[in-house]
Design a protein around this ligand. Structure first.
Ligand code: 9MR
Length: 475
């Protein structure tokens, strides 16, 4: 297992790497190394232009480097650019789920799903289809429908045939059944299991295979990354399915992990499923840390990413890794695990974190800047991201990163499209017009150099949503 030191460049290269880091910290990922046509950074070091994207590195090795994508974020240029440039493949984070696609019987809404498919198509990316059958995000007309066995089979077949059939030309791998086994290693209770018994799984795979005989069909779950009772239950299940000739091609290890707790036997676990003749994918990788994310925690997280990626790449038959979100600002983690987050390789300001460079190096690229490199000059930096928008309103997140030890900070910006702040959290925000000033809350003003904190707000739009460039200073 490579150590942190092993991931770092020799001294001579550290200079270029530090310049790279500084430029990326100033300009963000999409504005710097990879945008060959970006005139915003005309004097950037030649080394920057040479840094490969994760996508380029993964393509060279024939590996998947994917990301979960939300249809509603694709209007944000930085988001779209990062999703397109860094990833070989996309997974619909929510827009292909039953609740989204067929909330009412026979009424299909393809808008979000189509949007992502078109995006992937125009960026020449593959798509991993997520997901056909899941106990969650399942509309109540299915979950509480009171169907007989035959009726439920028909409902499943109609859904699977419609979804797989529609995207036959675009989606070549599918999570057919998601999370059918609980952490107690027993089949999870669901309308499918209750009505049809465990054979609903085989039926779903057969339906998907009929809808697209060329698609590669996966079963997918969390907490099965290492060898444990739950992954043993999957091992027994898929061995049985294969023995019965059920058309299953692979298993997805979701990989929703906690930093410092990557299972030591993950490679061995991948290998045993590959030895059954299955393809393994890491389908939903994120590695959460306790906030605030210090430099030390992000270094640990980087090692964790290295372990997962290298475990996959070491086994022929593990086809690659998908991360569950494009940046930390788009991750499900903080909304579900209180006080935890910063789980992805790219931060909310589109800056590569140490974990980004872990993936980069595991794919054969540059190991990135050394952890001892000095922080960027200046008191602090602020990155502004629109995380959601709707008719008449939007939500934004601002991440403040200290360049030196701070006991208070202030961030100012000017809206460009007549927006105004309605309600803020984790900072006090003043300024009713275009000019806005935010200062730290009582509990997040103290930051040590390199440390980050975020605040957010909901605003109303005056016709559009601009991307202001905030200035940050110490108080
Ligand atoms: O990231 C998804 C989040 O936006 C949804 O609210 C949530 C609904 O249950 O699903 C999240 O994605 C899940 C994925 O579909 C299946 N594996 C676990 C993921 C994280 O919860």
């Amino acid at each position: 297992m490579p150590s942190t030191e092993g991931r770092r460049p020799p001294r001579g290269r550290a200079v270029a790497a530090a310049a790279l880091a500084a430029a990326l910290l100033t300009g963000g990922l999409t504005a710097a190394a990879h945008a060959q046509d970006d005139s915003a950074l005309p004097d950037r070091d030649a080394a920057l232009a040479e840094a490969a994207t994760l996508r380029q590195l993964a393509d060279e090795r024939g590996l998947r480097m994917g990301a979960a994508v939300g249809a509603r974020h694709l209007d944000q240029p930085d988001y779209a650019r990062t999703a397109a440039e860094e990833f070989t493949s996309v997974t619909h984070e929510n827009s292909l789920k039953w609740q989204t696609v067929q909330a009412r019987p026979g009424q299909f809404d393809w808008s979000g799903a189509d949007r992502i498919v078109e995006f992937a198509r125009s960026n020449d990316q593959t798509i991993h289809g997520h997901t056909l059958l899941w106990h969650s995000q399942l509309p109540s007309w299915v979950a509480d429908g009171g169907f007989t066995e035959d009726e439920l089979l028909e409902v499943m077949d109609t859904h699977i045939t419609a979804v797989v059939g529609r995207y036959r030309d675009d989606i070549d791998t599918w999570d057919v059944v998601n999370e059918p086994i609980g952490d107690d290693a027993r089949f999870r209770d669901s309308v499918f299991h209750r009505t049809l018994g465990e054979d609903y799984i085989a039926e779903a795979f057969r339906m998907a295979d009929r809808a697209d005989p060329d698609a590669r069909l996966f079963i997918n779950d969390y907490n099965i990354d290492g060898i444990n009772a739950k992954s043993d239950a999957y091992y027994a299940l898929v061995r049985d399915l294969l023995a019965r000739g059920v058309p299953i091609d692979g298993i997805g290890f979701q990989g929703h992990l906690v930093s410092g707790q990557v299972p030591a036997d993950i490679q061995q676990n991948i290998q045993r499923f590959v030895d059954l003749g299955l393809e393994v994918m890491i389908t939903e990788l994120d590695i959460r840390v306790q906030l605030p994310a210090t430099e030390q925690k992000l270094e640990q997280q980087a090692d964790d990413y290295t372990r997962v990626a290298e475990a996959c790449y070491a086994v022929e038959g593990c086809s690659g890794v998908t991360v569950w979100g494009v940046t930390d600002a788009h991750s499900w983690v903080p909304g579900v695990f209180e006080g935890q987050g910063a789980a992805l390789p790219i931060d909310g300001g589109y800056r590569p974190k140490p974990a980004y460079w872990s993936l980069h190096e595991a794919l054969g690229g540059d190991p990135g800047p050394a952890p001892t490199d000095p922080p960027p000059p200046g008191e602090c930096e602020a990155a502004y991201t629109v995380t959601n928008q709707w008719q008449g309103g939007f939500q934004a997140q601002v991440t403040v990163t200290a360049g030196t030890d701070l006991t208070g900070w202030t961030v100012g910006w000017t809206f460009g499209s007549g927006e105004s702040v309605a309600h803020a959290w984790n900072a006090s925000v003043t300024g009713g017009g275009a000019d806005v000033t935010a200062t730290n809350a009582a509990y997040n003003g103290t930051l040590s150099a390199g440390q980050s904190t975020s605040f957010g707000f909901v605003g109303s739009t005056g016709g559009g949503v601009s991307s202001p460039e905030p200035a940050c200073g110490a108080l």
